[in-house]
Design a protein around this ligand. Structure first.
Ligand code: CS2
Length: 492
């Protein structure tokens, strides 16, 4: 089994940490220890920890979800001393394998909430980072405000009991630090959101204001929430993939990971309590991240889901496979070329055409075997974040709505969980209830268009888009996805 003892005898071709993982501190606490975090932030921190004076910046991971699956994961992390292997797979088949030692500890919050609060209150902790998904910030897209009306937030605000949400934990920890005269920490969002730091700020301050306005004012004055653009395609790993990764590496790793060889992190340099020298590991620090995140979210993430919904309906399950379908490839390319790029404000030095080519290359990486159901999952939250700006712009400048309408119609069709080949699957929509899912599948499209996925442009949406979605959905049902796609592709 992979653990600190077996580090001494790693198989040939596998590199290990160039520092002693047992000797690092926990300067960072991270909520949401998923694959993306392990291949991205932990990967950068791992590189950094080898640098002079950086050993205090190890990461303590926190899981917020209760249940048997989380407990198994926690047990596995503990058994492996929180070590795991990352295989970086290049499109040409090249691979490198390294063992990441940046994770210092793993805590399951529901099992021991007090331990998590003690950790967060520890003066050694100077950054609290998170990957809690696009929908995890509980923002109402119509008002832009933090939602105080969810059951979980209401329970945490009622006080008394120990917290259960990330908002409850972080705000309680900041209250303790303030009371004890310990300084604040930076709150660092690593989710794919426009202005993820600003969104995090709205969420945590929204919670804090409802709890204690004075504490909220202290947080506002002392805590920083840098915006950042994060990028690395990291597929899900099932038992078969895990076995194949271990067979190739020679390791016995219960938590192996695979990611593309590309990796990028562009962050605003606003860390109120210091930060690791991440620039040594390749992280780019900038004053304003807006242009980078705009390009990433509107091009990469937006076209990813635009490929996923019709791809799933056509019976594909892998991203590279779907992109090898020339009709789908042309459709996604036309969306980028005609709908997105003309309405972007790319930062100087970033060529959107080159970026377009590079993401299509990255999506075609067969070594990733990336799952369309992973990409299309939580579509309700992702559409709000990835498509909204482009849709608003196309609506306001009178552009061609057909590709967008087709994307929306394909999303609604894909929610039914059955593809054109008769294959069934379970769409993962954590924020939709059964009634909402039924609505989407039912004939009443106007009711389906009331789903929260489309809240981001409701105020500017006229009949034109609704009519185009109705036409696209009818086309999908009457003539099939491929013919409908050709009809809606609007290709010159
Ligand atoms: C994907 C992302 O889930 C999604 O919608 O587009 O997970 C994507 O793989 C990453 O953002 C790449 O950086």
């Amino acid at each position: 089994m992979l653990n600190r003892t077996s580090l001494a005898s790693l198989p040939a071709g596998v590199s290990g940490p160039r520092y002693d993982p047992a000797a690092i501190g926990s300067g960072i606490v991270h909520f949401g220890v998923g694959n993306f975090f392990r291949a991205h932030e932990a990967f950068y921190v791992d590189r950094c920890l080898a640098g002079a004076g950086q050993q205090g910046w190890g990461i303590a991971g926190v899981g917020l979800t209760a249940g048997a699956r989380s407990e198994r994961k926690a047990a596995e992390f503990t058994a492996q001393d929180c070590l795991y292997s990352l295989t970086e797979a290049a499109p040409d088949g090249g691979r490198t394998v390294r063992v990441i030692g940046a994770l210092r500890a793993y805590l399951l919050a529901p099992a021991d909430p007090r331990a998590v609060l003690d950790l967060l209150a520890d003066p050694a902790v100077r950054i609290v980072s998170m990957t809690i998904t696009e929908g995890g910030y509980s923002i109402d897209e119509r008002t832009g405000e933090f939602r105080l009306d969810t059951a979980a937030v209401r329970a945490d605000l009622a006080g008394g009991a120990l917290p259960a949400t990330i908002f409850g934990y972080v705000v309680e920890a900041l209250a303790r630090r303030r009371a004890a005269g310990v300084g604040p920490f930076t709150v660092l969002s690593c989710d794919n959101l426009r202005h993820n730091g600003d969104v995090a700020r709205t969420a945590f301050l929204g919670f804090a204001r409802a709890r204690d306005p004075e504490l909220a004012a202290w947080i506002e004055a002392h805590v920083t929430f840098p915006n950042g653009m994060v990028d690395r395609i990291t597929p899900s790993v099932d038992a078969t993939i895990a076995r194949a990764l271990n067979d190739a590496s020679g390791l016995d790793d219960g938590l192996p990971l695979v990611a593309e060889d590309f990796c990028q992190w562009v962050v605003e340099d606003r860390f109120c309590a210091g930060r690791p020298a991440l620039e040594l590991a390749g992280v780019q620090f900038v004053d304003d991240v807006t242009g980078y995140e705009q390009v990433k979210v509107r091009m990469l993430n937006a076209s990813h889901i635009l490929l996923a919904f019709p791809g799933i309906l056509l019976g594909y399950r892998q991203v590279d496979e779907a992109l090898r379908d020339p009709d789908l490839a042309r459709f996604v390319d036309a969306y980028l070329e005609l709908d997105v790029i003309p309405r972007l404000e790319a930062p100087p030095g970033l060529d959107p055409q080159e970026y377009r080519r590079s993401i299509l290359r990255r999506f075609s990486n067969p070594a990733m075997a990336d799952q369309l159901l992973r990409i299309g999952g939580d579509g309700s939250s992702k559409i709000q974040v990835f498509w909204t700006e482009t849709v608003r712009r196309v609506l306001s400048d009178g552009g061609d709505l057909r590709r967008i309408a087709f994307g929306i119609a394909a999303y609604l069709e894909a929610l039914r969980g059955v593809d054109e080949t008769g294959g069934t699957y379970t769409p993962a929509e954590p924020t939709l209830d059964a009634a909402q899912l039924d609505l989407a599948g039912a004939g009443d499209l106007h009711a389906a268009l009331a789903l929260p996925a489309f809240d981001g442009w409701r105020d500017v949406q006229g009949r034109a888009l609704t009519d185009a979605v109705v036409a696209a959905r009818e086309a999908i049902r009457d003539i099939g996805v491929r013919a409908a796609l050709m009809q809606c592709g609007g290709l010159p």
